[in-house]
Design a protein around this ligand. Structure first.
Ligand SMILES: Nc1ncnc2c1ncn2[C@@H]1O[C@H](COP(=O)(O)OP(=O)(O)OP(=O)(O)O)[C@@H](O)[C@H]1O
Ligand SMILES: [Mg+2]
Length: 256
């Protein structure tokens, strides 16, 4: 199983939207996909129709296990309405982990090890990270074969991207050797000058990591989230669905 981690220290840039949209695209192509919601806000979990506060098991249990009381990750697994897509849901208690574990050794490997238990049940796992550098994000990054960094095409988001890439550089010794890092321009509106300027700057400054396409602003994403489904299951021929299909194919080419 390959692991794709969707991450950015900046909030609201399209991480959760990218996670669900890539999953939709993979599902349509027949892949078995496991989604992990590592954000204590549980946006992805709610998106998929689960009430994160009332689930009996979640990714939190994976972090709380001990050698004498191991937790089988399969216990937290939920089936979703999307064909061949499973979910390991979030819980608000995930927000307490930084305080509890801080920089405790080995705590960055919890998710990587837990995924190894699943063997070949899924083809690709996609991890949705919180916009906070801490134990959860580190766990997502350490497990990754590909790191997808959605970046909104606007001035402030570019500063956030600098910070995120610095973080990746600092963590490099703990990341997988062949990890692919792909910066993805999101919420792009070609009619808006500020968007165009940011997009051009991104392509100039981050050439080594930039995906050549972009994700356009598309109101169909809102319709999709209202229905708890990926955009390609709502409007297959929308610009947004088409863009995420292209991104998914790029990831399949280099990290599957
Ligand atoms: N390409 C797009 N076109 C239109 N709306 C979008 C697009 N991408 C994301 N959105 C909307 O922008 C909002 C933020 O997106 P999303 O929740 O995916 O960001 P996020 O990075 O996961 O945020 P957070 O950091 O809070 O977890 C959502 O309302 C989502 O529907
Ligand atoms: Mg999110």
């Amino acid at each position: 199983m390959k692991v794709w981690t969707v991450v950015n220290q900046k909030g609201g840039v399209g991480k959760t939207t990218s996670t669900i949209s890539i999953a939709g695209s993979l599902s349509a192509q027949g892949y078995k996909v496991l989604l992990l919601d590592l954000d204590p806000h549980a946006s992805l979990t709610y998106y998929l129709g689960f009430d994160a506060e009332n689930l009996t098991s979640s990714l939190y249990d994976v972090f709380c296990q001990t050698p004498s009381e191991p937790f089988d990750i399969k216990q937290a697994l939920q089936a979703t309405k999307i064909k061949n897509v499973g979910l390991l849901p979030s819980h608000i208690a995930l927000s307490t982990l930084d305080k509890r574990f801080g920089t405790a050794p080995g705590k960055g490997l919890v998710i990587k090890k837990a995924l190894e238990q699943l063997g070949s049940q899924f083809d690709i796992a996609i991890i949705d990270c919180p916009p906070v550098l801490g134990v959860l994000m580190v766990n997502g990054l350490v497990a990754a074969n590909a790191i997808v960094v959605p970046t909104q095409t606007e001035y402030l988001a570019l500063r956030g991207l600098d910070r995120m890439l610095q973080t990746l550089e600092q963590l490099k010794p703990t990341l997988q050797d062949e990890v692919l890092t792909l910066v993805v321009a999101t919420l792009f509106d070609r009619r808006v000058n500020a968007c165009l300027a940011s997009y051009t700057k991104m392509r100039d400054n981050y050439k080594a990591h930039m995906w050549r396409g972009y994700i356009p602003v598309d109101t169909k994403f809102r319709d999709a989230s209202q229905q708890g489904l990926p955009i390609n299951m709502i409007v297959k021929d929308s610009r947004g669905a088409f863009a995420y299909d292209k991104l998914t194919n790029e990831l399949l080419k280099y990290a599957a």
